[in-house]
Unconditional design. Structure first.
Length: 132
């Protein structure tokens, strides 16, 4: 059985870095303007569950193995659709890759990327190292 945890979040890290750079540039360019609040960036308007379904379907298709997912129906405040309009208008953020293209990239590069257990792919570990 394929394990969804074997898919690395490398692309998410790259996107996060790009977002940080864009926010810093926006802060410099719009220093005289008040810019605040969240900036939602995404290649589409998906819930966390919808992205999970897309990834699951693609893994099953590519590996020919069935993935058994246990849906716990726990309320997750991140499982809602968002607007990316603010990031597009203020930052000029236009996503480079769709969810499908990201999944394709991960599969094509899975041997280079490594395992999701790599501490570099875990936000909490990265922040702890930055504090040191």
């Amino acid at each position: 059985m394929a394990d969804i945890r074997d898919i690395s979040p490398e692309v998410i890290i790259i996107v996060a870095i790009v977002i940080i750079v864009l926010l810093l540039l926006a802060a410099i360019l719009f220093a005289n303007y008040k810019i605040s609040g969240p900036f939602n960036v995404a290649s589409g308007n998906y819930t966390v569950g919808q992205v999970g379904d897309l990834v699951k379907e693609e893994i099953e298709k590519r590996t020919k193995e069935k993935i058994n997912m246990e849906i716990k129906n726990i309320q997750d405040f991140r499982n809602y659709k968002v607007s990316t309009e603010k990031a597009r208008v203020i930052l000029g953020f236009i996503p480079k890759y769709s969810v499908q293209e990201t999944i394709d990239h991960l599969f094509e590069n899975k041997d280079k990327i490594g395992h999701i257990g790599n501490p570099d792919y875990q936000n909490i570990n990265m922040f702890k190292r930055l504090e040191e």
